[in-house]
Design a protein around this ligand. Structure first.
Ligand SMILES: Cc1cc2nc3c(=O)[nH]c(=O)nc-3n(C[C@H](O)[C@H](O)[C@H](O)COP(=O)(O)O)c2cc1C
Length: 176
């Protein structure tokens, strides 16, 4: 399915939550490249350091990756999904949500299908630990389901796998 030639801002198109992204986080880019369509229920972003990618591989389930480069084809979700997102923050949490993730959420279809977020980060960042997950949860009106550090521990893997099973089961019972 081709993406629209141009996307309005997250602020203009959001359907969940009440708070727009900070102006500096908005992405107004046109998306000329046809989208890659995914029915995966787990979608993640990971930068070149690939910590989040390693964590997601350990979950052993199908997952789709948000592209790293602006020239890459954008990702378009077709089913409800949980987003796994690392934080890349500045002072006071500004810029915490990677711009690639903002671009992804600026697509109204993606934003409508997000059901939960899992935050990745590093506790060395103190109060800003996994801040991107907090921001997305607040703005999209969805739960911040879990937080893990770097590439996660074996316990994180077990807890996320069990938690996602429970989450999707409950959701299928309540959203018919
Ligand atoms: C420049 C920079 C800023 C970061 N800011 C935060 C932060 O504000 N909060 C946090 O929890 N982690 C922060 N981190 C840690 C990353 O979220 C963490 O390393 C994560 O595992 C990166 O995932 P990735 O390798 O999949 O991109 C930062 C890392 C870098 C390099």
């Amino acid at each position: 399915m081709a993406a629209p030639a141009a996307q309005k801002s997250y602020k203009a198109q959001r359907t969940h939550g009440t708070q727009p992204f900070h102006a500096a986080q908005r992405v107004e880019a046109a998306e000329p490249v046809p989208a890659v369509v995914t029915g995966s229920q787990l979608i993640y972003f990971s930068s070149a350091s690939e910590n989040t990618s390693r964590f997601v591989s350990k979950l052993g389930c199908e997952a789709a990756r948000i592209p790293l480069l602006p020239k890459d084809a954008p990702l378009l979700a077709t089913r409800p999904f949980v987003l796994v997102v690392p934080t890349y923050g500045g002072t006071g949490g500004e810029g915490s949500v990677p711009k690639q993730v903002i671009r992804f959420l600026n697509n109204p279809q993606n934003r409508q299908l997000i059901r939960g977020v899992i935050g990745a980060g590093n506790t060395n960042f103190g109060d800003n630990y996994c801040m991107a997950g907090d921001i997305i949860a607040a703005k999209c009106g969805i739960p911040h389901l879990y937080r893990f550090e770097l590439m996660g521990t074996p316990e994180d893997v077990t807890r996320v796998n069990q938690g996602l099973d429970t989450f999707w089961t409950r959701l299928s019972q309540t959203q018919k």
